[in-house]
Every structure is written in structure tokens, then in C-alpha cells.
Unconditional design. Sequence first.
Length: 100
Amino acid sequence: CWQAIARSDYFINATLGVISVNAVYLGIDADHNDARNLLEADIGFIFMEYFFCVFFLCEWIIRFAAFEQKRNCLKDGWFKFDSLLVLLMVSETWVLPFVL
């Protein structure tokens, strides 16, 4: 079931679309968000950060669940790279704003 989702064209294209929108959003955020941290930003910036974080975390969970043998995720270079990116995004969005 999870493999079918992870390999579907819809999932792949949706993920590529969100990655593209996120790249554009990063430029908008850099130009228009003057807040020192996420919790001080306008609600639109907070919403977008949470949206991207939730989406990429869900994508990571689906891809992890798609591995028949979970330890094989450690052999997949792209999965390890994505794991690092999701870890950094979750830390930046849900941990650091409350710590700093």
C-alpha cells in the first residue's frame, strides 16, 4: 500500500510541485519577512512554514513506510539526504522558535 503511494505519479508530481512552490516561497520569505523568529512573523509566514513542514514530514513518513525492510532506508542516499532536510526543517519550525 505505502509503496503504491510512494511510487504513484500523483505523489511524485505533487511532491515536485510543493518543492517548486517552496523554492519560490523561500525567496518571498527572504524579501518580505522581517521577523527575527517564526513566532514573531505575520500569520501568513507562520502558516506557510507549518504547511511545508507538515507536507515534507508526511512525505518522509510515506517514503519510510514504503520500505519493506526498514533498515534499507539507510542504504538509500536520497532518503538519508531527505531525512536530514526534514530533521532541520522540523527543528527550525517546531523546536527553535520555542527555545530561542
